[in-house]
Structures are given as C-alpha cells and as structure tokens.
Design a protein around this ligand. Structure first.
Ligand code: NAP
Length: 287
C-alpha cells in the first residue's frame, strides 16, 4: 500500500464519498475514511452532508447524479434508504430493514448494513474473542442491538439473551436471532459469557457527571467479556465498573472502526488500512 504524498490535494479526478444524516457535523466517519484513503494511496475524499428527515430518496438521486463513489447513512435515514433501495439490499440490510452503507454496482445502488459484521470483526480482531459457541447477553434492541444480535446468531453464538426496556423491540431482536434468541430479564446478565451494552446509556457521560448504567453492574463476573458499543467516552462508567469486577472489557471504538473498514472495502475493493484508521479515530477521540 502506497500512501498519498503529503502535498496531495483534491483535484478533478478525485472520487467523492459521503455520509448523510442529521445531525452529522460531529460524525467520526470523515476522520476514519479520509485517514484510510490517505494511507491506501487512493485519490478519494469523504465529506459529511446534512440531509434532513424525508430527504433520503433525493440524496440517493444525488448520489446517482453526482456519481458519488460511496455513501454512509446515519440517523434518521437508515430505514428510509432501505425502503428506497428495496430489491437491491444485502442479506443483512434486508433482514434489519436498515442501510448504513450504499455501494455502487455499475449503474445500480446496493444497500448494505456493516454494523453487525463490524461488531463481530471487532470482537475477533481487537479483543481476540470468538463469539461462536458463546452465551451472549445483548442489552438494548435499537438499531445497533438488532444488528449485533443478528450478526452474532449468524456467526454461531450458542444462545443470545436479549434484554430491552421496550418489549416489542426486544421481541423483534429475538426473532432476528432465530433458534438461539431468548427474551430475557436484566438478571440474566450474570449467565452470559459475553455481555454487550447496545443501549445509548452512558453516551456522552463523563466525570464529574455521575456514571449511568444500562443494568446493575453488580450482576457482572470476572470471567465475562463486557463490551460497550458506546465510544464517547471511550471508557464508560459501565466499563469502569466491569473492570473493577475483573471482567475483560472492550470499548465501542472497535465496532466503529470495523464497520467503517468493511464499508471502505465495499466501495474501493481495496483492503482497509485498519491501523491508520484506528490511529486517526483514537487521536480524534483523545482531543
Ligand atoms: N460503536 C459503534 O460503532 C456503534 C454503532 C452503532 C451504535 N452505537 C451506539 O450504540 C448505542 C445505541 O445506538 P442505536 O443506533 O441502537 O440507538 P437506538 O436505535 O435509538 O436504540 C437505543 C437503545 O437504547 C435503549 N435505551 C435508551 N435509553 C435507555 C434508558 N434510559 N434505559 C434503558 N435503555 C435505554 C433503547 O431502549 P428502548 O427500546 O426500550 O427505548 C434502545 O434499546 C448508541 O450509544 C450508539 O452511539 C455504536
């Protein structure tokens, strides 16, 4: 892989990828992908585009018109893009009814969902943990919880305990896990080999604000792996409490990195320079 020269600037030949959403100006995707393009020597640039709710179909038309090379999709457009690209979805995007990445296939746009695979890649490559055969508690059944649950079932988890405040959403996640999915209560956290916080509880909460917990951390045991999908702060109150119990802790940066790396590969056909992307995002989060 040959890096771009330090004096590289966007030019007429530069290919453009983007993220659409609202809010989107604080997205970490430009940091990840521009570091990736630079390290891989690709004449590509990645920008964030604010697109208000209801604007997804027009944004897809714009992707076609402008010849955008790749598109990331974030709140509030993931479901609307899946609807707009019905019949042109990957298996994961179809099952979840949500798209977080659009790639081109000739003149066609294909909706993908890289979150679940990003989570499993992070477990394997960042934490050295294989979920195959494990009992896993997933706390939270929003978009991230559903993506994680479906991907864990696909890669051979033995049992997935789905715990969520809203029961209807919990049942949707259980259904995505097929025969290994179980609707569970908070107390089941102690039974799992791997515990995942897929709620938004803890996002943006830093000392001196008191820590907030998605479940009672006294349920945790030293033998467990505890994963928090929240990545801001990198070390959440839950991870602090889990570490204090002696558990092996995994932060949310790995999933963020690997879902982006998979999107990068879908767009460019080039292996993602994960090391450079990791350095860039950790540097940004440390600021
Ligand atoms: N690391 C990564 O790459 C990555 C990727 C995606 C998401 N995330 C993070 O994962 C988190 C969830 O994202 P999402 O897209 O799934 O959001 P979402 O679709 O809005 O779902 C939010 C989830 O959090 C639960 N929740 C919210 N407040 C709660 C509370 N006070 N007590 C208990 N449960 C609560 C919701 O439960 P109810 O259903 O009961 O309302 C739901 O399960 C966010 O912090 C997001 O930043 C990280």
């Amino acid at each position: 892989m040959k890096e771009l020269p330090s004096n590289w600037r966007p030019a007429g030949s530069t290919r453009v990828a983007a993220v659409i959403g609202e809010p989107v100006t604080h997205s970490l995707s430009p940091v990840l992908h521009n570091a990736g393009f630079q390290a891989a020597g690709l004449d590509w640039v990645y920008v964030a585009l604010t697109v208000a709710a209801g604007g997804a179909p027009a944004a897809l038309d714009a992707m076609r018109t402008f010849g955008l090379a790749g598109l990331s999709v974030t709140m509030p457009h993931k479901e609307a893009v899946a609807q707009a690209l019905a019949g042109h979805l990957s298996g994961a995007a179809q099952r979840l009814g949500a798209v977080n990445c659009v790639r081109r296939d000739g003149d066609e746009l294909i909706g993908e969902n890289t979150d679940g695979r990003g989570f499993v890649d992070a477990l394997r490559h960042e934490a050295g943990v294989d979920p195959a055969g494990a009992c896993i508690a997933v706390v939270g059944a929003g978009g991230a919880g559903r993506a994680v649950t479906a991907a864990l079932a696909e890669c051979g988890a033995a049992r997935i305990l789905v715990i969520n405040r809203n029961r209807a959403r919990a049942e949707q996640a259980v259904a995505l896990a097929g025969s290994v999915g179980v609707l569970a209560e908070e107390s089941a956290v102690g039974e799992a080999d791997i515990v995942v916080n897929a709620t938004s509880v803890g996002m943006g909460v830093r000392p001196p604000a008191p820590a907030v917990m998605p479940f009672d951390p006294r349920l945790l045991r030293a033998e467990q792996v505890v994963v928090d999908l929240v990545y801001q702060p990198i070390r959440t109150g839950l991870l602090e409490a889990a570490a204090a119990q002696g558990a092996h802790i995994v932060n949310g940066v790995g999933m963020l990195l690997h879902q982006a790396a998979y999107a990068f590969e879908l767009w460019t056909g080039v292996a993602a320079p994960v090391g450079a992307m990791r350095v860039a995002v950790l540097g940004h989060l440390a600021q």
